[in-house]
Design a protein around this ligand. Structure first.
Ligand SMILES: Cc1cc2nc3c(=O)[nH]c(=O)nc-3n(C[C@H](O)[C@H](O)[C@H](O)COP(=O)(O)OP(=O)(O)OC[C@H]3O[C@@H](n4cnc5c(N)ncnc54)[C@H](O)[C@@H]3O)c2cc1C
Length: 420
């Protein structure tokens, strides 16, 4: 039976994250938005011990033989809550500040790719470094100047040369790329083709360590929102990495419409889309909370939930609509995360929650600015910032349009060639 309840110890972690959001992130939110790319060290050091500890537990659990995984000791199976916990934590931290949340030291998208595609030995080798004493970052590079939504168009190549792979190409819009490469222990996962003629089947992920010669950051983007988060352009010029840094199976397999290389990328997105949705909904909740608070303090308007809709003021109806949009998207997000915890395929649900949350946060934050008028538009308050931070959730990890295509294909039974 579907169950979204969190065990007590997880609920406590979420309550802690909400406190960090309120007391560590919020007071610095405007500063890091304006200073752009400065690392919020107070937040990083507050979060790291907890992140490292959790990364250690998650890795140990992932590497345990299947039959013992999740046992409570008395033979009863303990429900897995890794993904439910994750979305609750991210929702709470993004309520604090979505840009700062993205600076949180962790394996980030690199970790999702390694978990999705790596062998147990590779998980141990590459993810153990995120459990140490020093804050460490990971990042993932898929997007290229000519390959965004159409990931099969990537041109970065990986050519085998003896005991090494040689990478050449350009990656753009890499979240935390700068932190991962400047941090001596950091890693990035780079998607490249080992056989350009094989199309999607030739796509493979490679782990590149910070300090690898031939890897250079060309620029950092100046952005509309999530400005605390660094977004890098990275060039690979004959960058040599060890042969065993290719994740998973090095052979190019192509079963008609389900090439193995591309499936690895999609499996990564199945895991990360609910996370993006959760971040979006944290921003949306911040905007709703603030709108209600200001309406109450400045206008004396308290939302009356027990009054028929036609008797409500326009402002009350707007707030209730914002909350309904938020709730619907949050339920979809919890379902997608819960399915992952159950080991169920969640491609459809993952895209559904991403679409709904991306749309909800965009509409909710715009409505908050509109409802609050000058307070919404002024830089003395954070509402205008939340509106700017919102939009990215409808762009990265697959745009709204691309996720709608994924949903349509799943529901109607079309392949990506038949419906594009
Ligand atoms: C701040 C930021 C951080 C990012 N972080 C990362 C990261 O860490 N790693 C990474 O690899 N990438 C990252 N990205 C890249 C992001 O995933 C891409 O921007 C996104 O996938 C869209 O690709 P594109 O920008 O090339 O747009 P395009 O693919 O050129 O799309 C342009 C528009 O056309 C629409 N469109 C395209 N194809 C179709 C279609 N078939 N049907 C209908 N509409 C379509 C799109 O929805 C979009 O609206 C980041 C981007 C940003 C802005």
């Amino acid at each position: 039976m579907i169950d979204f309840n969190l065990p007590d110890h997880v609920a406590q972690q979420v309550a802690m994250a909400q406190m960090v959001a309120e007391h560590v992130m919020r007071p610095k939110s405007r500063f890091y938005d304006e200073s752009e790319h400065d690392i919020p060290w107070e937040f990083v050091y507050t979060m790291w011990p907890q992140m490292a500890d959790q990364a250690r537990r998650d890795l140990d659990a992932a590497l345990k033989p299947k039959e013992t995984n999740g046992s409570s000791g008395n033979g009863a199976k303990r429900p897995r809550t890794t993904n439910l916990r994750m979305i609750h934590l991210i929702e709470a931290l993004s309520w604090g500040d979505a840009g700062m949340y993205l600076t949180m030291p962790s394996s980030q998208l690199a970790g999702a790719a390694i978990q999705a595609v790596g062998t147990p030995e590779q998980k141990e080798r590459f993810l153990r470094r995120f459990t140490g004493d020093t804050p460490t970052w990971g990042a993932m590079c898929m997007t290229e100047p000519q390959a965004g939504s159409d990931t099969s168009a990537i041109r970065t190549t990986a050519i085998k040369d003896g005991d090494e792979w040689v990478l050449n190409g350009t990656k753009i819009f890499v979240t935390s790329g700068h932190k991962a490469l400047k941090d001596s222990n950091g890693i990035i996962v780079v998607w490249a083709t080992v056989d350009p003629k094989a199309g999607r089947a030739g796509m493979k992920p490679f782990v590149v360590e910070a300090g690898t010669p031939g890897v250079e950051i060309l620029k950092l983007e100046h952005k509309l929102g999530i400005r605390a988060s660094d977004t890098a352009m990275i060039v690979f010029d004959n960058a040599r990495i060890p042969a065993d840094h290719i994740l998973g199976n090095p052979t190019v397999l192509n079963s008609k419409d389900h090439p193995e290389g591309f499936k690895g990328a999609m499996k990564t997105f199945d895991a990360t889309r609910p996370i993006v949705a959760a971040s979006a909904l944290g921003i949306a909740r911040a905007a709703i909370d603030y709108t209600k608070d200001i309406l109450k303090r400045e206008e004396g308007i308290e939302i009356r939930y027990n009054v028929p809709r036609h008797k409500l003021t326009a402002a009350e109806r707007d707030v209730i609509d914002m909350e309904a949009m938020h709730r619907a998207a949050w339920l979809l997000t919890m379902k997608a995360a819960w399915m992952m915890d159950q080991g169920l395929p969640n491609t459809l649900e993952s895209s559904e929650c991403k679409v709904k949350a991306g749309e909800a946060v965009t509409k909710i934050t715009q409505k908050a600015v509109e409802t609050l008028g000058p307070i919404g538009y002024s830089r003395d308050h954070l509402v205008e910032k939340w509106m700017r931070d919102a939009k990215i959730n409808d762009i990265f990890e697959g745009t709204g349009q691309i996720n709608r295509l994924v949903i349509a294909r799943r529901i109607l039974g079309y392949t990506s060639k038949e419906l594009r």
